[in-house]
Design a protein around this ligand. Sequence first.
Ligand SMILES: CC(C)(COP(=O)(O)OP(=O)(O)OC[C@H]1O[C@@H](n2cnc3c(N)ncnc32)[C@H](O)[C@@H]1OP(=O)(O)O)[C@@H](O)C(=O)NCCC(=O)NCCS
Length: 162
Amino acid sequence: MDIIIRQVMPEDLDAVARVEAVCFPEAEAAARASFAQRIQAFPESFFVAEKDGQIVGFINGCVTDERMIRDEMFEDTAYHKPDGAYQSIFGLDVAPEWQHRGLAGDLMKHLIEDARKRGRKGLILTCKEHLIGFYERFGYRSLGVSQSVHGGAVWYDMILEL
Ligand SMILES: CC(C)(COP(=O)(O)OP(=O)(O)OC[C@H]1O[C@@H](n2cnc3c(N)ncnc32)[C@H](O)[C@@H]1OP(=O)(O)O)[C@@H](O)C(=O)NCCC(=O)NCCS
């Protein structure tokens, strides 16, 4: 399909924010300013999928020693610990017209492989109930309902131990 997965670059900011806005309801979508900070703070754990020069999906998250994501982490890059034990996933997005082709899977496998190479203990994320099965396919297991109240939704903590 000729898709390239590569590390994010500062000039991807607008495209990334656009994909986020079509993938998530307003209350849950991360703002452009938030992506600007993340791109600066942890570009090495922020990967985009590019097709013919266009960003069609991405995956990103800070690194932490904690086994669960807390809401504060989404908005404050000071929580990023480059040498931490767990790679978190704040967001996995694929633009609607590019969904159902395995792209999210490719992005996820890329980040898992990267975390393995860096010697992380595992990866953590929060997701809605209907996506638990999707993440289980990569080896994640649910730790139950998360304390997160992000966007007023109910989230589940998931962990993949490497
Ligand atoms: C979730 C999302 C990233 C998936 O992207 P995608 O590129 O379509 O995913 P893939 O093609 O790699 O994988 C989809 C496949 O996973 C499997 N799958 C999906 N949900 C599943 C579930 N609950 N249980 C088991 N398998 C599941 C199916 O085989 C599905 O194939 P299908 O799309 O042909 O039905 C995309 O729909 C998206 O961006 N949604 C909006 C944002 C979002 O909710 N992100 C997740 C944040 S927690």
